[in-house]
Design a protein around this ligand. Structure first.
Ligand SMILES: Nc1ncnc2c1ncn2[C@@H]1O[C@H](COP(=O)(O)OP(=O)(O)OP(=O)(O)O)[C@@H](O)[C@H]1O
Length: 573
């Protein structure tokens, strides 16, 4: 029940409302049930109701006295009406409680998803890079859902527990001895079948880790399916996924067997105890039939609800591990949150300077030591260098996604670490190597749905990106739908739409991360012209081995051995 306590702490108000509705529902059910014994006595014509409360046993006497003090005659009609009213109010309050459970469960799932997403998006870049995409997908898709279902099962277990206690209380009022025996019997049944709950808990934990692994592998495989098919290696993917799904299947089977075992075992044991109880009550203690009948109904229902409590608890523990796993992931990501940085407003009037910068990924992965370079404002600086020499790392340091381990990066003479990081990044336009367009219009692809961007701003960004002329030639202009992943445009056209997307917010610094590496000569030439046209107006930083981008650059740096050396464009091989 640690899980329900955790939910209670997080959703105090909704949980209290739910509990109140459940208690009222239980109370209504208890009142209805209390009228059953007088109703039966009247129906069976035992004559006990005619003599008044004085001749009645404790429980019945209390009921009859209460009814008389309320001015309600103990007629069969009134008693049956009371039973019906009890059931009616029980159903109304139960409905309210269940509505509250449903709303809170949906809120649990939504909050977990949003908290996870926000924590991951606000985490340090190095932490983010080490997160398998599948882990996030699995958390958002399956773990959040399993967690909210656990809340539903926990709340339903509480509902059944309250109902079980109401029936138990009525039975206790009728015969405390019989009820004590029943409590012991109930505890034996619950205790004997608890090992099945433990099996389910283990199967649930296994499912949580297997689903993370399966969805992680699936995400990776889907990303490289073309290469796998091209080399006829899809069998390998099949083997990996088949092994994961096979293990998942085994865990699910265990869970199914444990649930079925609990169902069958409980029913048999409870039925056995009820039969034994009837035999002892009628055959040995010679109790009256109406009392035994109500006792059987009350204890039978109490047993039945107790059994349901355990079944719901079994379902709760099955998904419980998903909730703890999500909470762990959220807290881990929060611990890895990006530092708040400084507060100084950024400008980019003179340039960015790296002064003796050192950087390493962890202890043994040194990338830069004593790196010094200048990126003059309004110029195009191109970075070249063999693979793995740190070009992307340098860009990430400029953006402020990574922090130097030694030296300083200055923007207009101010340490980058002292600038407001979000304000700094709002000045940056970033064009990645892979141009992923949305299956929507060019307009949507440029604005990314921002309604504040005017048609004039869209046109200007497309003109600056050198895309306006080809877009004018399209039948629907900026409203042309670009197709799945932009498939209806050429590589160069796609790239220029992405550059327009980066330019629309009027950045001071445009970064192109190998943005022209996949382009044909004509497209590359068009992007180069765009860069040349932008020079002087904004600062440009490009990672590129492309001859055009090197020739167009005002300054070219080659990264080597953890340092940057300026090179003449013609010397770049
Ligand atoms: N997240 C990371 N954790 C550990 N090491 C990393 C990480 N990212 C990059 N590296 C290492 O840092 C070095 C520089 O990587 P980086 O990606 O910056 O090089 P690059 O010059 O951009 O390479 P390429 O031209 O192949 O894209 C490489 O040795 C790489 O293995």
């Amino acid at each position: 029940m640690r899980l329900m306590l955790s939910f209670f702490r997080a959703y105090r108000g909704p949980t209290l409302l739910m509990l109140l509705a459940l208690l009222l529902s239980g109370l209504a059910e208890g009142i209805g049930l209390s009228a059953l014994l007088p109703a039966l006595n009247i129906a069976l014509g035992t004559g006990r109701m005619d003599t008044g409360a004085a001749d009645l046993s404790g429980y019945e006497a209390v009921i009859v006295e209460t009814l008389h003090s309320l001015g309600i005659a103990t007629t069969l009609g009134n008693m049956l009406l009371l039973v019906l009213l009890g059931i009616f109010f029980k159903s109304v309050f139960l409905l309210l409680a269940q509505r509250q459970v449903g709303y809170t469960a949906a809120q649990v799932g939504t909050d977990l998803r949003l908290n996870m997403l926000r924590a991951i998006l606000r985490s340090r870049w190095e932490y983010f890079l080490h997160q398998p995409a599948g882990r996030l997908t699995n958390a958002l898709a399956t773990e959040a859902e399993r967690s909210s279902q656990s809340f539903v099962h926990g709340a339903t277990a509480i509902t059944f527990l309250i109902q079980s206690m109401i029936y138990g209380a009525v039975a206790f009022a009728l015969s405390w001895k019989a009820s004590l025996v029943a409590i012991v019997a109930g505890a034996i049944v619950i205790g004997l079948s608890h090992f099945l709950v433990r099996i389910t808990r283990r199967a649930g934990r296994r499912q949580t880790s297997l689903l993370t692994s399966l969805i992680g592998n699936l995400t990776d495989i889907l990303a490289s399916v073309k290469a796998m098919k091209a080399m006829a290696r899809e069998g390998q993917a099949d083997r990996v996924l088949a092994s994961d799904t096979g293990k998942l299947n085994k865990a699910l089977r265990r869970q199914v067997i444990a649930a079925a075992g609990l169902d069958a075992g409980q029913e048999l044991m409870f039925a056995g105890f009820i039969c034994l109880g009837i035999y002892v009550a009628l055959g040995i203690y010679d109790m009256e039939l109406p009392t035994v009948m109500v006792l059987v109904v009350a204890l039978g229902r109490a047993f039945s609800f107790l059994g349901k409590v355990q079944k719901q608890y079994q379902k709760l523990v099955q998904g419980e591990s998903a909730y703890w796993a999500m909470l762990d992931s959220i807290s881990e990501a929060r611990d890895a949150a990006e530092s708040a940085g400084g507060a100084a407003p950024p400008t980019l009037a003179t340039g960015i300077r790296f002064e003796g910068v050192g950087f390493s990924y962890g202890e043994n992965a040194s990338v830069f030591h004593d790196l010094t370079l200048d990126i003059r404002a309004g110029s195009l600086t191109t970075l070249v260098g063999p693979s793995g020499t740190g070009k992307t790392t340098l860009v990430d340091l400029v953006i402020g996604l990574l922090q130097p381990t030694q030296g300083e990066i200055r923007v207009d003479g101010e340490p980058l670490s002292g600038l407001d990081p979000r304000a700094w990044r709002r000045q940056i336009g970033y064009v990645p190597q892979d141009t992923v367009l949305l299956h929507s219009s060019i307009r949507d692809n440029v604005t990314l749905g921002d309604p504040d961007l005017t048609p004039e701003a869209i046109e200007q960004a497309l003109r600056d990106a050198g895309a306006w002329d080809f877009i004018q030639a399209l039948p629907d202009g900026v409203d042309t739908v670009v197709g799945e992943r932009g498939g209806k445009l050429s590589g160069g056209q796609r790239q220029r739409v992405v550059i327009a997307r980066a330019l629309i917010n009027q950045p001071q610094l445009l970064i192109l991360d190998e943005a022209t590496s996949a382009l044909d000569p004509d497209s590359e030439q068009a992007v180069r012209q765009t860069m040349e046209a932008l020079k002087g107006r904004i600062t440009l930083l490009a990672i590129s081995h492309n001859r055009g981008m090197v020739e167009a650059a005002d300054c070219v740096y080659r990264l080597r051995d953890g340092r940057a050396e300026p090179v003449i464009a013609g010397d770049v091989a």
